[in-house]
Design a protein around this ligand. Structure first.
Ligand code: KDG
Ligand code: MG
Length: 402
């Protein structure tokens, strides 16, 4: 089999998505997600201008070699744009192989290690009371695990707290909105939220929280410690991890489980935090980690250090990414949990898919390949619109981490 062509498709059914479609001489095509939130056209151009010309004529079955060709073969490696482009190619090649062999991708990854993939939903509220109500709605829908984010008294806007509810979308059209942040107010508020949640819902439901890289190591240590009575499933992105060693401080002070890595691109970004057992869950997702080919290796490395997987699954990862994550989740032994933010109805229509939700678990379905298609005619009715994630400033105007 030979790759004959590839094209980059861009659509915005509620938010922007970039999709790579690779064609073969046997009429089979594969799909890869290439969406990088707020930087979509950079990946599209990297693919069209630099990678697609090198793909034509290659055998789609040799995807390990193709991965190494674009990674080891390149002088300029790594980074979110490069690895998202490589991830899109890799996902499309796994999709082609699954379709050609008439089997779901999870069978190529080792088969099923479990009956379903436990997911967590996103409960957001403008204040503590509203967040408690939102968590209740997810529990009523059958979710076993819920991430809870709440507005903070005294801060007018908080990233991670939705205006809409089930279809929360953090990127906004136009130029980046500016949010205001106060670590002091945040650290006082979050333990009260989780105390209220445990009082209302008891101990069985898994509760998660995301700090969005906004704390220093010692602040994260304090938060982790103050949340210990509420036994979180995880505290996510407590600290930015350019300095992986910073997690040593957090780890010395708290037993709250730590998750990290949705912005990581390669195993090198997580080498210290995994090998020193400074985290419990690695959040890299197939697309941003350069595809299933690389993520499999990250999972095997993590397995040696008792670190479980917890793939990023926000709305800026398209249904192609979600499907790839589910094939991975159901097959690896050291799976932990999968993030699941609902896409809009229009997105689901542009990307018809075989995965489905049942009683707190997602199932990848048994369609060959990744089990996702792309309705090009419908997609063309939703043109690209520039959109950005917000930026974040402290109360005194200082630029800060979002
Ligand atoms: O593109 C950024 C979003 O995917 C991110 O903000 C969502 O933090 C996030 C999460 O945990 O889903
Ligand atoms: Mg996050």
């Amino acid at each position: 089999m030979k790759i004959t062509d590839a094209k980059v498709l861009i659509t915005s059914p509620g938010r922007n998505f970039v999709t790579l479609k690779i064609y073969t001489d046997e009429g089979i095509y594969g799909l890869g997600d290439a969406t990088l939130n707020g930087r979509e056209l950079a990946v599209a151009s990297y693919l069209s201008e630099h990678l697609i010309p090198c793909l034509i004529g290659r055998d789609p079955f040799q995807h390990e070699d193709t991965w190494q060709y674009f990674y080891r073969g390149a002088y300029w490696r790594r980074g979110p744009v490069t690895m998202a482009a490589l991830g899109a190619i890799d996902l499309a090649l796994w999709d082609i192989k699954g379709k050609a062999l008439n089997t779901p991708v999870y069978n190529l990854l080792g088969g099923k290690s479990r009956t379903g993939v436990m997911v967590y939903g996103h409960a957001n509220g403008k204040d503590l009371e509203e967040t408690v109500d939102e968590v209740g709605k997810y529990i009523a829908l059958g979710y076993r695990a819920v991430r809870a984010q709440s507005g903070i008294p005294g801060i007018p806007s908080t990233y991670g707290v939705a205006k809409g509810k089930f279809h929360y979308e953090p990127a906004e059209k136009g130029l980046p909105p500016e949010n205001i942040w106060s670590t002091e107010k945040y650290l006082l508020h979050v333990p009260k939220l989780f105390e209220a949640l445990r009082l209302k819902f008891g101990d069985d439901v898994h509760l998660l929280h995301d700090s969005h890289h906004r704390l220093s190591p010692i602040e994260a240590a304090r938060l982790g410690k103050s949340l210990e009575p509420y036994h979180l499933f995880w505290l996510e992105d407590a600290v930015t991890a350019e300095l992986q060693e910073g997690f040593r401080i957090v780890r010395q002070h708290t037993t709250t489980p730590l998750a990290l890595g949705e912005v990581f691109n390669t195993i090198w970004d997580a080498q210290t935090v995994i090998s020193e057992q400074l985290i419990d869950y690695i959040r890299m997702a197939p697309l941003h980690a350069g595809g299933l080919t690389h993520l499999k290796k990250v999972a095997s490395f993590a397995e040696m250090y008792h670190v479980l997987t917890g793939c990023h699954g926000a709305t800026d990862l398209s249904p192609v990414s979600m499907a790839a994550a589910l094939h991975f989740d159901i097959s690896v032994n050291n799976f932990g949990i999968q993030e699941y933010m609902l896409h809009t109805k229009q997105t689901d229509e542009v990307f018809p898919h075989s995965y489905h939700f049942e009683a707190g678990f997602l199932h990848p379905g048994d369609a060959p390949g990744l089990g996702v298609d792309y309705d090009e005619k419908l997609a063309s009715t939703f043109p690209y619109e520039r959109a950005y994630l917000p930026v974040n400033r402290k109360l005194d105007g200082t630029m800060f981490d979002w």
